[in-house]
Ligand binder design. Sequence first.
Ligand code: FPP
Length: 231
Amino acid sequence: MHLAIIMDGNGRWAKTRGLGRIKGHKEGAKRVEEIVRYASKIGVHTLTLYAFSTENWQRPSPEVTALFQLIKLYLRRKVRELKIENVKINFIGRRDRLPKPVLKEMINSENETDKCTGLHLNVAVDYGGRDEILRVMNDLIQESSSLSGHPREIDEASFKSYSDLKNQCDPDLIIRTGGDKRLSNFMLWHAAYSELDFVDTLWPDFNEKELASALDRASGKERRYGGIGDS
Ligand code: FPP
């Protein structure tokens, strides 16, 4: 099972408590720790979390700084634990615009957990589905201009091999918390056959029980990939 989560609702969670948005993100980071542990425990093989989108740069700069600080702190504090729990961490998205200390921590955590064979944790940072598609297209153009003779025809496999999920399967289930029913530029290529589950719960209130219910809901459904299924 490849589970992907759009973690939405931190700001509203904080607002309803009279707190600043950053407090909501801090609480959200605690849920990340719990959900990663739980996903690993129940045998999810891949978990992809949408932590910072290409659009999130438009937020006020103190909020952007706080989000990167939280990601950096999470990695610094958790990498040893993740390694012990056999979690392999990997970042998807752009790397060219990130603050250097954050990027350094990200690369360090990828290297530290490189040999882990348990849960594969993808964290999407400066990730956008359209941006990913454009990066793949540019890489394919580059590859084709470096080949002599006719450029090879692009097919789904060649596209995937340059994408952020190369060597990984597409998400089986995408959960979005916070009540909105949209993908917000997440996994635009890879979500073609994903089950989508939109829950009203705000991310800081999301817990193991809610995840278990979402997994139950998804397992009750049959995906037919455009065919007519078994029945
Ligand atoms: C959306 O809520 C959430 C984000 C933009 C950030 C998600 C980040 C975390 C959960 C914490 C850090 C991550 C890691 C991996 C440690 P929102 O602010 O858009 O909420 P709103 O819709 O209520 O305003």
